[in-house]
Design a protein around this ligand. Structure first.
Ligand code: FMN
Length: 222
């Protein structure tokens, strides 16, 4: 596929056919995805390939608490899990909320689930002393995560970056034998999508790009 076609049509695939994703294809996807950049080229990424049914069920179960809060907050008109505005929904409402199965079951239906981790001993986290949630560390792993999805799309596969289970990272680490200093960044179900979306809803360039200052003029085509 053409690069721009891949970039414009790599959607969050959650429904998969029964087709397998063979190790050889997975290897090819990762073989190309590995050229993503990392801070200082430290390359602290690690991937665990999960096919085991029991592990998938445990992953699905670990997704539920965060998915409940996510769903309850969306229902209340909030930006779920944002780190600035605390949720207004109470604990009981969250507990009683049933999350949609697409948030919890995709790991059960995919051909394979990739757990992408990063070793925090090698990641430069420039924003670690700021009084806000850290975002810079993610920049040393998410280009790789996205490259995996782009390469998968190129090979006729698809998947989703999921993060809900990371709210319970210690349990994930225990489940998969991941050391404490290694962060789980994405749990990615991958497989052959039932259908291919080609028209993704995204904001226009002018709506998020300004010239010179935060309140500057929008960048336009001409
Ligand atoms: C950082 C990040 C975390 C995400 N977490 C989840 C998740 O936990 N579960 C899920 O189903 N989708 C998750 N997604 C997928 C987004 O919901 C999806 O990319 C977005 O809705 C756009 O979908 P589209 O590409 O199909 O238009 C995540 C995406 C990103 C980038």
């Amino acid at each position: 596929m053409e690069l721009y076609d891949v970039m414009r049509t790599t959607f969050a695939a959650r429904d998969f056919t029964d087709d397998p994703l063979p190790d050889a294809t997975l290897y090819k996807i990762l073989e190309n995805a590995r050229f993503a950049p990392t801070g200082g080229n430290r390359q602290g990424g690690q991937v665990i390939v999960v096919r085991d049914r029991k592990t998938r069920e445990a992953l699905s179960a670990l997704t539920i608490p965060a998915a409940k809060r996510y769903t309850a907050q969306v229902k209340a008109g909030e930006n779920p899990w944002n780190s600035i505005d605390p949720p207004t929904v109470d604990a009981e409402t969250i507990e009683q909320t049933t999350p949609p199965s697409r948030l919890t079951d995709t790991v059960l239906r995919a051909a394979v689930v990739l757990i992408v981790c990063v070793d925090l001993k090698v990641v430069a986290s420039m924003d670690q002393y700021l009084e806000r949630v850290g975002v810079i560390s993610g920049a040393s792993i998410y280009p790789f995560v996205w490259n995996i999805l782009l390469a998968a799309r190129h090979e006729g596969y698809g998947g989703t970056i999921t993060t809900m289970a990371v709210a319970q990272e210690p349990k994930l680490q225990e489940l998969l034998g991941i050391p404490e200093h290694v962060a789980v960044c994405a749990i990615m179900p991958l497989g052959k999508p039932v259908k291919q979306l080609t028209k993704l809803k995204r904001n226009s360039v002018s709506s998020f790009t300004v010239l010179e200052q935060w309140d500057g003029e929008p960048l336009t085509e001409e």
